[in-house]
Design a protein around this ligand. Structure first.
Ligand code: SAM
Length: 291
């Protein structure tokens, strides 16, 4: 079985009376080297005794490579039509399990409880659907689940944002939030012509190493994320001006004083602050509000 062969993919879709569903971001990989590389890169980081959570297995292209390499693969697939396909393509892998569920609604703690109870590591590996990349990533990060690492293929432009440096044009709220949880690195880029159907843009594989112990200790995580959101709310404005929208209870004059007391110029923009700066600023705002 060669699930990277476009004719074979189309044949499978025909036999199971399926169409590629755009609303689910179904762009299936057709390059075996790329599929093997994603699974291998994920392997560099985890031991083979790990469990892999795969989001959106599609017809099982990446799932087969993961099942070859790891003790167990648990996949979440939203499209009910693909479940019989996966039974067919993954039948020879008893270490593969598919759950027909929307990842955004799934109880990940419950799904992964056994894997953690058995004592192994758990990582995420996926070619993510583009339409929902950021919400999925935020769900994984905010879940607090101790994933060893997250290796994901995403839109190249989103990868640039995740891995941007403070002060660069791609740096945004998601970059700062991600930096709080771990370190992201771009591994390699894959052309749109390596998928069927071909998406409009190229993709990049990104690996996120989550901190086992976070090096940042804000007084309140909620305040940290509120500060980051507010700082990027109005990108073109200075930081005190942008913060005004998110912190209506503090006057603009006082916000300016707080920004300056944190060691910044009053006309600095939010995109120049790295995660350390955001933690310090959010602590100062926390003190201002809570006394
Ligand atoms: N892993 C396959 C591959 O690399 O060829 C398919 C990747 S395709 C880009 C994205 C997959 O995610 C599709 O199978 C799609 O049905 C599934 N999907 C989309 N939204 C989902 C969601 N909310 N929860 C779970 N799976 C989802």
């Amino acid at each position: 079985m060669n699930l990277c062969d476009i004719r074979e993919i189309r044949q499978i879709m025909n036999v199971f009376h399926l169409n590629f569903r755009k609303e689910y971001g179904q762009n299936f990989l057709t390059d075996k080297t790329v599929v093997e590389d994603i699974a291998d890169y994920c392997c560099d980081m985890c031991d083979r005794d790990s469990t892999i959570l795969e989001i959106g297995p599609g017809i099982g292209t990446l799932s087969r490579e993961l099942a070859e390499r790891y003790r167990r693969v648990i996949a979440l697939e939203i499209d009910t039509g693909l479940i019989p396909v996966l039974k067919f393509t993954m039948g020879e892998y008893p270490n593969f399990q598919v759950i027909n569920e929307d990842v955004m609604k799934a109880d990940l703690d419950a799904i992964l409880a056994d894997a953690f109870a058995e004592g192994g590591k758990v990582s995420v590996c996926a070619n993510l659907p583009y339409y929902i990349t950021t919400p999925i990533l935020m769900k994984l990060l905010e879940s607090g689940i101790a994933f060893d690492n997250i290796t994901i293929m995403i839109q190249a432009e989103v990868a640039d944002r995740l891995c941007a440096r403070a002060g660069s044009k791609d740096y945004g709220a998601i970059t700062a939030v991600l930096a709080y949880y771990g370190q992201a690195e771009k591994l390699f880029t894959v052309g749109a012509d390596r998928f069927v159907p071909a998406p409009k843009v190229d993709s990049t594989v990104v690996r996120i190493r989550l901190y086992k112990q976070k090096p940042y200790h804000p007084k309140s995580e909620e305040m940290l994320f509120r500060t980051i959101r507010a700082a990027f709310e109005q990108r073109r404005k200075t930081l005190p001006n942008s913060l005004c929208t998110g912190f209506g209870e503090i006057s603009k004059e006082r916000l300016t004083e707080i920004v300056v007391a944190c060691g910044h110029r009053a006309d600095i923009r939010g995109e120049r602050l790295d995660i350390n700066d955001f933690v310090a600023l959010s602590d100062a705002l926390y003190d201002e509000i809570h006394g």
